[in-house]
Design a protein around this ligand. Structure first.
Ligand SMILES: [Zn+2]
Length: 388
């Protein structure tokens, strides 16, 4: 359903122009509704422009998306999308965090002119932040986002926000939204002609808690949409569905407290120093990989451990400790970026003089790196990005 341009209420200063609202139709009135702000940018600060006529096509594309959500969820959830035309060029590059979302919405979407290497879509989701962007081309098949791609990106936000009683389908190498590509590839035969990232039958089962994994039906059950509410409702004080440690990040982004591991396991030796170095470098690399993922850059190469000589020395212990502290710092920065939490002040410097050549020092370095790795696992599951 496409309604006429929605009413007043825009701020007095320069503001985007409302183009219209679209809403899922054919569902009962009490269906929970995600309210999405969809802003169209027809030019970018890098000089890319889109033909003005695309704006009306975007309204039809938005309507196809909201109807598809009602259809795939069998009316477990609906979407109201307010489409507005930006009055400024898009200046966010490929940064999904730059997508605007005024108060009163569950999610912010933006349609922007594609850069030379922009992906088709990108999303980010956490318990509180829901944004998606769709870079488009002036003409041709890439001139408007595919409605199924819009569902895909929105599902990243859904997966980040809701907690299904039986959990989301997942695996080690793919998140719930992408699992139709590998873990649950049998869905591909059901939807010939669709890319594995946008399989309608898989997305539908995900939204209805019907993805069978290990004999258990996973995904969000039809009733859970209403029970758990939308981000807007939860922020407004609606009853929370209960403890949700996986998607309620600490707001202040203070790193996990390092805790000692098994006693007696650590010895001051060259091989232990190598292990120590591998853990610290691994934590730093994973932090850099997640940062690159959020920036839309390729993953940095994994550091190779040099075969060169390592000695049990104060200098070597200090190097390892600095790498751990740097990893811890980058994890805190990532946490603040992903959750909107505050950045704690953390020391990254350690004078070599203060480093002792003993097992306690070695263990301390290792605890910090291991805590960083634990925090990274949490952040990696919170941050979602598309490569569809
Ligand atoms: Zn994706």
């Amino acid at each position: 359903m496409i309604a006429a341009a929605f009413g007043s209420g825009s701020p007095a200063m320069a503001a985007p122009t409302p183009l219209g609202s679209v809403a899922t139709s054919g569902c009962p009135a009490q269906v929970p509704i995600w309210k999405i702000h969809y802003q169209l940018f027809m030019s970018s600060s890098s000089g890319a422009t889109l033909p003005a006529a695309q704006a009306s096509g975007a309204l039809a594309g938005a309507d196809a998306f909201v109807q598809l959500v009602g259809q795939l969820s069998e009316c477990a959830v609906g979407i109201q999308m307010d489409v507005v035309l930006a009055d400024t060029p898009w200046a966010g590059g490929d940064d999904v965090y730059a997508v605007p979302m005024p108060a009163g919405y569950d999610a912010g979407f933006a349609r922007v002119p594609a850069g030379p290497s922009s992906p088709a879509g990108r999303a980010t989701g956490s318990s509180t932040i829901h944004r998606a962007m769709f870079p488009v081309r002036p003409t041709g098949s890439g001139a408007d986002p595919n409605p199924h791609l819009m569902v895909h990106e929105w599902l990243h936000q859904v997966v980040a926000f809701y907690t299904p009683p039986n959990g989301w389908p997942s695996s080690t190498d793919s998140d719930a939204v992408h699992a139709g590509c590998n873990v649950h590839s049998s869905y591909q035969a059901r939807d010939p002609g669709f890319g594995c990232m946008i399989l309608p039958s898989y997305m539908s089962d995900l939204m209805l808690g019907r993805v069978i994994e290990g004999g258990v039906a996973k995904g969000l059950g039809a009733a859970e949409w209403a029970r758990q509410g939308t981000p807007r409702q939860r922020a407004g004080g609606s009853p929370s569905p209960g403890p949700d440690p996986g998607s309620n990040p600490r707001a202040d982004c203070t790193p996990s407290t390092p805790a000692p591991n098994g006693r007696g396991a650590v010895r001051l030796s060259v091989s232990q120093l190598r292990i120590n170095q591998r853990i610290s470098q691994g934590a730093l690399w994973r932090a850099k990989r997640l940062t690159a993922r959020l920036d839309g850059r390729p993953a940095p190469p994994r550091p190779r451990q040099r075969a060169g000589r390592i000695t049990v020395s104060r200098g070597q212990l200090a190097i390892n400790h600095r790498i751990s502290l740097e990893a811890r710092h980058q994890v805190a920065v990532l946490c603040a970026r992903i959750t909107g939490g505050g950045l704690p002040s953390l020391s990254r410097r350690v004078p070599v003089r203060s480093v002792r050549v003993n097992v306690t020092q070695l263990s301390r370095t290792q605890w910090i790196a291991q805590a960083a790795l634990r925090d990274l696992s949490r952040l990696e599951s919170l941050a979602s990005r598309s490569d569809a």
